[in-house]
Ligand binder design. Structure first.
Ligand SMILES: Nc1ncnc2c1ncn2[C@@H]1O[C@H](COP(=O)(O)OP(=O)(O)OP(=O)(O)O)[C@@H](O)[C@H]1O
Ligand SMILES: [Mg+2]
Length: 373
């Protein structure tokens, strides 16, 4: 039991009484349904907008990269955006990346790995969660063992740092039982709309805290993959982590609110608003990219006779571009021609060059500005 004599929730005792899903029907009231409508609408608009981009997968990559970066930033793993962009633009750079960058890249791989597994297997079950966790933490471990003393503590930079804020369930078979219940809830055909299920399940997943570490990141990837699984999104693009980081105190507060006071409603509203706000922001980004692409095309096409629509698409498919790619698309016959082409592109300010050791990169600053904004 987690209640002390005074009826206060004891955060240092494993919460084995965590109720299983579903939650009571009455919780889903008019306010929640109103917000659910707004969030669903924004999400549907995003799902349509992604299709306007010629190569959505590349965009997903950069967005998921930023998601990865901000997500891991919760844990204070700092890594420069510059290094990250290079790493995703070039496989060989990926191997040379520093440990912090690697950790961030692992997040992206976990997202794509889970996405790939889901496309093949088509069942959203606990093995998807385990796979994500293993990729994020670069481990072969699975669900944590019954004796592991996992607790959630306040962060080092916070007031009352190190204090225990929550102790997840513990004991033989307990985590497995709750996780099975959670996935049964998610896969139940009847009942709530998937968006509401995702929001409820995200609390439950974090409260179960099935892994030694990485539960936040694994949980956030699961959110996206579930939306894909339920066909609310065709690609896992939803920038949720950024919102969560900007509202981290609220996020933690509402999670604790469900546990300690059964406050489901504020939690559900918080998460639905996160979905709405994030979807709207992503939509804006997509619109900005498309607008910039059109303007760049017009500008370059008027000044360079070998500039093509195809090249324009390629220059907006990733922020760091290699000369080789431009050579392939333009069919430049010689090295001299290609060098001349690259010079023209940089002189017009379409790209700017940057050397990194022996390698020269070409950067689409307009694209970076939009992605980082
Ligand atoms: N009171 C709470 N009850 C349940 N879950 C919580 C509570 N407070 C925080 N959490 C969850 O625990 C996560 C942190 O757990 P963990 O360190 O295993 O994940 P992480 O992926 O390493 O970190 P992060 O989420 O900070 O990137 C938070 O992201 C949050 O989702
Ligand atoms: Mg952690």
């Amino acid at each position: 039991m987690n209640k002390s004599k005074k009826g206060v929730f004891d955060r240092t005792i494993p919460y084995n009484d965590l109720p299983e899903l579903p939650i009571a029907d009455e919780i889903i009231d008019k306010d929640i349904l109103l917000q659910w409508g707004l969030s669903s609408r924004a999400l549907a608009a995003l799902n349509k907008n992604i299709m306007r981009i010629p190569n959505p997968l590349m965009l997903v990559n950069t967005i998921s990269l930023q998601e990865a970066q901000s997500s891991t930033a919760i844990e204070n793993i700092f890594t420069t955006e510059d290094e990250l962009y290079k790493a995703i633009s070039d496989q060989t750079k990926e191997e040379l990346a520093n440990p912090a960058t690697k950790e961030v890249l692992r997040y992206r791989e976990a997202l794509w790995g889970g996405y790939g597994a889901l496309q093949k297997k088509k069942t959203f079950d606990k093995s998807v969660a385990v796979k994500i966790f293993q990729q994020i933490k670069n481990t072969r471990q699975g669900i944590r063992s019954p004796q592991s003393q996992v607790v959630i503590k306040r962060g080092q930079s916070e007031f009352r740092a190190g204090e225990i804020i929550y102790t997840p369930p513990r004991g033989a078979g307990i985590i497995e039982k709750k996780i099975d219940n959670l996935f049964a809830f998610l896969n139940q055909e009847k009942g709530l709309d998937p968006l509401l299920k995702m929001v409820i399940a995200h609390y439950q997943f974090e409260a179960i805290h099935p892994f030694i570490d990485g539960n936040g990141r694994t949980g956030r990837i699961l959110n996206l993959l579930y939306l894909v699984d339920q066909k609310l999104l065709t690609h896992p693009v939803l920038y949720l982590s950024k919102y969560i980081i900007h509202h981290k105190d609220d996020y933690y507060y509402h999670l604790a609110g469900v546990t300690q006071r059964g406050m489901w409603k504020p939690w559900i509203l918080f998460m639905l608003k996160a979905v709405e706000g994030t979807a709207e922001q992503s939509n804006q980004k997509i619109d900005e990219i498309l607008a910039q692409m059109a303007i760049t095309y017009q500008y370059a096409n008027a000044k360079i006779k070998w500039y093509s629509y195809e090249l324009n698409q390629a220059l907006f498919s990733q922020p760091y571009i290699k000369q080789k790619l431009v050579g392939e698309i333009t069919g430049a016959k010689s090295r001299t021609t290609l060098t001349k082409y690259m010079l023209q592109l940089t002189e017009l300010g379409i790209l700017s060059s940057q050397t990194d050791g022996r390698e020269v990169y070409y950067i689409n600053n307009d694209l970076i500005r939009i992605l980082e904004g």
